[in-house]
Design a protein around this ligand. Sequence first.
Ligand SMILES: Nc1nc2c(ncn2[C@@H]2O[C@H](COP(=O)(O)OP(=O)(O)OP(=O)(O)O)[C@@H](O)[C@H]2O)c(=O)[nH]1
Ligand SMILES: [Mg+2]
Length: 455
Amino acid sequence: MSESAPVDTSGSQDGRRETVEAALASLQKTLTKIRGCPEKEKQALRREVEQLESMEQKLTQGRVEIVVFGEISTGKSALINALIGEAVTEVDVRGGWTKEVWHVPWEGSGYCIPGLDQSQIVLIDTPGINEVGGASRAELADEAAERSDLILFVTDSDLNDTEFTALATLAARNKPILLILNKVDLYSQQQRRQLIEILQDRCRDIVSADNIIPASADPREIEYVIEDAQGKTRHELRKPQADVESVKARILEILAQEGLALLALNAAMYTADKSDRIAVLRIQMREQAAQQTIWTFAGLKSVAVALNPVGFADVAGGATVDVAMVITLGRIYGLEMAWQPAKDLFLAIAKAAGWVMLGETVTHFLSSSLKVLTAGAATLLTAVPQAAAAGYGSFIVGQAAKYYFEQGASWGGESPKAVVRRILETTDRDSVIARLKDELKEKLHRNPHSPSNKE
Ligand SMILES: Nc1nc2c(ncn2[C@@H]2O[C@H](COP(=O)(O)OP(=O)(O)OP(=O)(O)O)[C@@H](O)[C@H]2O)c(=O)[nH]1
Ligand SMILES: [Mg+2]
């Protein structure tokens, strides 16, 4: 195995059980967390849930996954066939033959994790690492590497740069790697020795010397000269037996030493990585949903103010939209808020802002609203900037409420005033108002109750 792999080979049986239980617990904790998410997030995390459930099954059943990587035509599929002892996956002289990631149970391996009767080894065939046009295939192969417990990297000569880079990337996963020098039947004894030495030297930092193993998975036919009783000779082509015994022996040796620990540590690393990614994804989703909500409500507020200036002229009237926005935002962050606490939060934010932005926009608006009522469409358009400014007030309230929910329903050790001031300072007021104005104009033109459409 690779020297850096974090595997406790000295661990007692008890220690290994504990590692398995710890891995299982963290897996289940992550799954429980996702199951408690809002429906939309659960939908988006479906794939992650499937992956984690499958990892849970893998661990409890003791399914060891061995993934085979290498350039095209190096004999990856042939190696799997030779290990299993029958042609289960297709081998072809044409490069790029294997197009999918294949899972093949290795029935006759003779390996079973102690105490897990159902345990089995699965060999995973992958397309060549330099296979063209395979972005999604590369993703599948990557997922296979992430899940796998042991990696076989197949080459048929010295490593080229692509192979070396791929091998180094795989080695960084901290899993045991065997580097298989396949097709050794094509080389003389001396060439084999030389090649093995070259590989040991080049890969000394990523693969330990005893994990670099020669093999001939599908040796080329050899011409035999056969002499009959009369001394007549004839030529016959015969295929020598595959030789993958050293590969098989090394795999079984590693598994016997640390099979269960490998499985457990692997599941733990996989879960940690997935739960990090899930956390990032959830933050992104919430951020997106929250911003969308804020824009919707800010837009709604400016429409409401433009159409009903008197009702919305005081803060209490305008608060309806803001309180509804606060409740919706809370829900995005998994918090069910009743009307009164939501209103209190809105008032706290408005107070922190010193009523300035709200008061200012409302006063400005009052003067023009009278004109709207009397003069109709032309004046309405002049009222648009003020109505948009009212929407801007809601936009700020929304950003502050969003911050409050992100901090787990607190101001994160700051005062609401400091938070609101920072939001005001970092918000590009003009561009927010410009966007709200555009939306407002468009909506007023479409709205049958708009004064401009009543004329
Ligand atoms: N001489 C020799 N040829 C081999 C050996 N192993 C495989 N081959 C040949 O190499 C060619 C490719 O073998 P595959 O097993 O299809 O190789 P692969 O890596 O799966 O190839 P792709 O799926 O196309 O990426 C075939 O013609 C095999 O017969 C070996 O040990 N010796
Ligand atoms: Mg293949």
